[in-house]
Design a protein around this ligand. Structure first.
Ligand code: PMP
Length: 408
């Protein structure tokens, strides 16, 4: 049944392929800048101290069992996740027009959102979803799987290594009414370039004019700047402006709960007379979709996050941990920039420190990416994206030298 014409060999996932190549490399000074996970200054995975504490609290609970969670997930988790992303004083929460389901991390939330939109907005034809160019590669696969037509909006200017705001706004202006616009809430992956608050306001204005639907993907709240409220500015602003919108929220990076798959999907109805009604109907359909896809979400990561989010003291400790991670990454940006300055590496490298979050778009070509891998055993994705978390005080100078060498 499954010959080559029916099931052709699929290409290896580029990121996971890169990780395997890194593991095979026996060179002592090899550097992994492909990884999308935080590493400490010794290049080791970091269990957040507050997560260790929450884990102990969880394990000492004599009533802990392994029963199923409800379809929508752990209530203590979903309500805390909602407060975190919308802001504790959000009018959407107060007015009962936000619905939240726990999902299989951020990926599961993006998928649930895509599935919901493609099922309920199918007529007269499925809406186009606009993705930033470039975007997290998985967006393309997820929305293709649910049969939403995909278009791109300009995002990154290769020339300035900043946001191509004019390109972005003019594409939104010409998008068909009712199109979905996928927006990275903060710490854009892969470029590390975010709109300024003023640019967000311009984006919102055009989206309101053109009746475009915001779909926020928020995978790095608190991890980017170290401030939870700074990193969800765009979402709060759009809600203040009265948008109806959806959000995919991941706890992978900001809690270091990568493999535990803790995340949430939020629907927020526009304010107005029937908002509560809309929210109830949407939530009821989301529950049916969730039931058929995963029945109910996994418990462990959500329990850990809920313990922290619902305890003011642990919450404050979590904020310290967020500042530790984001602070180390910002320090590495500065260290890299200063090493390149010292080496007088050709080109302008200001973007290394102006970009934010885990990733940086170096702007080097695919040929240079392959050269740095061959000659210096430095691993990064073909588009020249580096994970800042892979740098530390022991390898940042080595990497600067390697980069200097391949761009000369
Ligand atoms: N969206 C974006 C933009 C991301 O960068 C990521 C993580 N790489 C995710 C969603 C989802 O990750 P996860 O499923 O691990 O939460």
């Amino acid at each position: 049944l499954f010959d080559e014409n029916v099931v052709p060999q699929a290409p290896e996932d580029p990121l996971f392929g890169l990780m395997a190549a890194y593991r095979r490399d026996t060179f002592e000074k090899k550097v992994d800048l492909g990884i999308g996970a935080y590493r400490d200054n010794n290049a080791k995975p970091w269990v957040l101290p507050v997560v260790k504490k929450a884990d102990e609290i969880l394990r000492s609970d004599p009533n802990l069992n392994h029963e199923y969670l409800p379809i929508a997930g752990l209530a203590e988790f979903t309500s805390a996740a909602q407060k975190l992303i919308l802001g504790p004083a959000s009018p959407a929460i107060k007015e009962g027009r936000a619905a939240t389901l726990q999902t299989i991390s951020g990926t599961g939330a993006v998928h649930l959102g895509g599935l919901f939109l493609s099922k309920f907005l199918a007529k007269p034809h499925p809406p186009t979803i606009y993705l930033s160019n470039p975007t997290w590669a998985n967006h393309n696969q997820i929305f293709t799987n649910v049969h939403l037509p995909i278009k791109q909006y300009p995002y990154f200017s290769a020339k300035t290594k900043m946001l191509d705001c004019d390109g972005l706004l003019s594409t939104l202006k010409s998008a068909e009414q009712g199109s979905i616009i996928l927006l990275h809430a903060c710490a854009h992956n892969p470029t590390g370039v975010d709109p300024t608050q003023d640019q967000w306001k311009q984006i919102a204005e055009i989206m309101r004019e053109r009746k475009l639907f915001p779909f926020f993907d928020c995978a790095y709240q608190g991890f980017a700047s170290g401030s939870l409220s700074q990193d969800n500015f765009a979402i709060r602003y759009f809600i203040e402006q009265g948008f109806e919108l959806i959000i995919a929220q991941s706890f992978a990076k900001n809690f270091g709960l990568y493999g535990e798959r803790a995340g949430a999907f939020h629907f927020v109805a526009a304010p107005g007379g029937n908002a509560g009604d809309v929210t109830k109907r949407v939530a009821s359909q989301l529950a049916i979709l969730q039931r058929s896809e995963i029945s109910n979400p996994p418990a462990y990561g959500a329990r850990i996050a809920a313990i922290v989010l619902n305890d003011p003291k642990l919450f404050a400790e979590w904020e310290d941990d967020l500042r530790t991670m984001s602070g180390r990454i910002i320090d590495m940006r500065k260290a890299l920039k200063s090493s390149l300055d010292k080496l007088q590496t050709p080109g302008n490298w200001d973007h290394i420190t102006s970009q934010i979050g885990m990733f940086s778009f170096t702007g080097i070509s695919e040929k240079q990416v392959l050269a740095i891998r061959e000659k210096w055993h430095v691993y990064m994705t073909k588009n020249g994206r580096i994970s800042m978390a892979g740098l530390n005080t022991g390898n940042v100078e080595y990497f600067a030298k390697a980069l200097d060498d391949v761009v000369r």
